[in-house]
Design a protein around this ligand. Sequence first.
Ligand code: HEM
Ligand SMILES: *[C@@H]1O[C@H](CO)[C@@H](O)[C@H](O)[C@H]1NC(C)=O
Ligand SMILES: *[C@@H]1O[C@H](CO)[C@@H](O)[C@H](O)[C@H]1NC(C)=O
Length: 508
Amino acid sequence: MADLKFLLLYTLPILFLSTITRRFVIYFRDRKFIAANGCKPPRTIAPLWDPIFGIDFLVQCLKAAKDGRYIRFSGGRLIKYNYTYVIKRWAFDTIYTAEPENLKHMLATEFNNFKLATIRVNAMVPLFGRGIFTTNGPEWAHARAILRPSFTRQNMAPLLKMMERHFQMLLLQIPTDGSTLDLQKLFFCFTMDTATEFLMGRSTYTLDPSRRTEAERNFVDDYLTCCFEAVRKIVMGNWQMFSYNRNAGAARDRAWAYVDGFVAVADDYDDDDDDNDGAEYNFLEELSAQTTSRTLLRDQVLSVLLASRDTTASLLSSMFYELARHPHTYAKLRQEILSRIAGELPTEDELNNMPYLRWCINETLRLYPVVPGNTREAVCDTTIPLGGGKDGKSPLFVKRGTAVVYNLHALHRRPDIYGTEVDSYKPERWDGLRPGWGFLPFNGGPRICLGQQFGLTEASFVAARMVQSFEALEPRDDEPWAEFYSLVMCSKNGVKIAVTPAKSTVEN
Ligand code: HEM
Ligand SMILES: *[C@@H]1O[C@H](CO)[C@@H](O)[C@H](O)[C@H]1NC(C)=O
Ligand SMILES: *[C@@H]1O[C@H](CO)[C@@H](O)[C@H](O)[C@H]1NC(C)=O
């Protein structure tokens, strides 16, 4: 009884007072920072019915996601709210932006003031380890430093040879009698097969049943389970700490063990070893010259697999979705490619010097950014340059821990950058276009995609080989575009097309 009295009389009031004092201290500290940096209140605060948890906003998001239009929904809000707005809830604010200057500031100029969102890191580390794609600060810088040489010293010639082998398998799966196929499914298999061969020296052969073994099949399944679980956790956000999925844990253990097998081989690699299945290039082997930590090697391999596989497949799928619907564009692209490399396999140089092909790729990445939404989190009290004040031209205060969400759907359709008909696929618009920070398919600043050149060359190679092999494409799907948005964005209904084979094809 006496204890309770003591508690009521002294402890609680002291607790209460100290909380109030702390609030005041923070309030005045924030005010000082805001004044010193010229920050103004946000021009647009999005209205909420439920200002505490923002349930109404959450319901809208989930509904849009269910209908395959989450990115269009969230991008549409940004367009409506003049490209920067704030959502205020009881506990925290979230900033949304599609403003080139804000992106440049956050991703480059003030890079050190922002990090990957904690939710993403917490969701991915348990499944993919601490690789370049899932870490911040010095740990990330170290990963970037040891990976960079493998990307800058890249001789693509052996890799193109490797891709051609897998492309031949892909061709075998395309019916030439005019029946319908889902090209997207094939592209995802293709990039799985090339990425695993590039990274580990052993392909998963998802396109070649005669060479695929049980171990590879299981690895692909386990990898997909991990991806699925990572997305589930990201969607759950802060609630993910209460979720435990034994199935995913077991898949993770098996996938890690599979990669560990290759790490061990790479570590004591012997030049006369032909065990690596005729692979002319081995990423892991080169990486193992940079570090002796086997865990580090495995985590980097998983990170790069994640970063390289679905991304390139998504770009190729969206591109052929549009090409099938734009016969004139396809014919023009075909003319460019055949006039330069009629019946030959393309070299890296040739692939990088076909302007119309690059226009088609850029236009695809503009309308269907592979990673359409992304988030950074402030590591300290900081600012972004636009979005404050009545005209939105003043800086906004970004309190430590605040998430800044950016959306490429809105950014890539800004009429002030891309002119008219921003929703249409028009490769010609790239003639003379220099969008700078208004075009960010590979991100920008110190964390810009390490595999940009690799991904562009792979996509160009496959596009050129497709065009050499097929005279025309025909869409076989009347549904409007719906997005399937997990780690990357692609088409919910696949890319259903039929092909007309070319009269003469490449002699191998
Ligand atoms: C069309 C294909 C691709 C697209 C659109 C793409 C896009 C991106 C984007 C947007 C990021 C930044 C993610 C973030 O920081 O939140 C990124 C990072 C990265 N990408 Fe790519 N990527 C592609 C292909 C590839 C390929 C083929 C590889 C490797 C072979 C690769 C390796 C990486 C790596 C290692 C990172 C992490 C960089 C870092 O955090 O420092 N990417 N990519
Ligand atoms: C967006 O900007 C336009 C022109 O400056 C203005 O008329 C409109 O009210 C703004 N909308 C919002 C939601 O701030
Ligand atoms: C495609 O976009 C990139 C990035 O903005 C740009 O550097 C390049 O010049 C563009 N290519 C063409 C052919 O317009």
